[in-house]
Design a binder for this molecule. Structure first.
Ligand code: ADE
Length: 249
């Protein structure tokens, strides 16, 4: 196994590169790829930046140039449903590009000429990932996130959800738009800006992938402020501890 780990922003991956042994860096396509050993696993870490094209470019490069056999996307997302709260973890069971709409030529959300609206991550990789997320919340959470942060974000009993993740080139901060998406996409649990692009690339290249997201905001009027605060102080802790559990599993 050679694991590619993508996050959009530095704050979503902080600590992982530092934890890599025998690491070396390579620049390609305006991104820095760090290869090495992560808890005995051969790995390559990279920041995609934000958006579907950036994520697709990064995932393709990881496979074609760096020879990764699996891709993990780890980062934050807005809540896609009222049952999902800030601090909860979402592991994608399926991903959809919510801004894809070539109707009336093709049904809404269908990626033209693929016959698909939804892309599935690898079931066993995703199961391992959700086990790692459960164990993190049960066993590491109090060490990973200090009391001040737990209070500030009202992180009482964060949970793990499995479900549909919708990606689009839009930061979601409008409750009416989210409600519309929610009605159109049953099982929606999170909204973000990269996962479904990575899932499409991995589907087309035959590479198993998994997507994990920590909820940073409720995709409403306060989303931008909540997102910034969460990403600055908490997001990296989740990514680090869950990835460590996944690699050691
Ligand atoms: N990532 C984190 N929060 C988000 C939101 N509200 N919309 C899109 N991507 C996000």
């Amino acid at each position: 196994m050679r694991l590619g780990i993508i996050s959009a922003l530095q704050e979503e991956q902080l600590g992982l590169v530092e934890a890599m042994e025998r690491r070396y860096k390579l620049i390609h396509g305006m991104r820095e790829y760090t290869a090495g050993q992560l808890w005995e696993i051969d790995a390559v870490c990279v920041l995609s930046r934000i958006g579907k094209v950036a994520a697709a470019m990064t995932a393709t490069t990881l496979v074609e140039k760096f020879g990764v056999t699996h891709i993990l996307f780890t980062g934050v997302a807005g809540a896609g449903d009222k049952t999902v709260g800030v601090g909860d973890i979402v592991v994608a069971e399926a991903l959809v590009q919510h801004d894809m709409d070539a109707s009336p030529l093709f049904p809404r959300f269908e990626v033209p000429l693929t016959g698909r609206t939804h892309f599935q991550p690898d079931p066993s990789f995703s199961l391992r990932l959700s086990r790692a997320a459960h164990d993190f919340l049960e066993l590491d959470f109090l060490d990973a996130v200090n009391e001040t942060e737990r209070r500030a974000f009202r992180l009482l009993q964060p949970r793990v959800h499995r479900g549909l993740v919708a990606s689009g080139d839009q930061f979601m901060n409008d409750p009416a738009r989210l409600e519309g998406l929610n009605a159109a996409l049953p099982g929606l649990v999170a909204v973000e800006m990269e996962g479904a692009a990575v899932a499409q690339v991995c589907h087309e290249l035959g590479i198993p992938c998994a997507v994990i997201r920590t909820i940073s905001d409720n995709a409403n009027e306060n989303a931008a402020i909540d997102f910034m605060r969460f990403v600055k102080s908490v997001a990296a802790q989740y990514a680090f501890y869950v990835t460590r559990r996944l690699c050691r599993d």
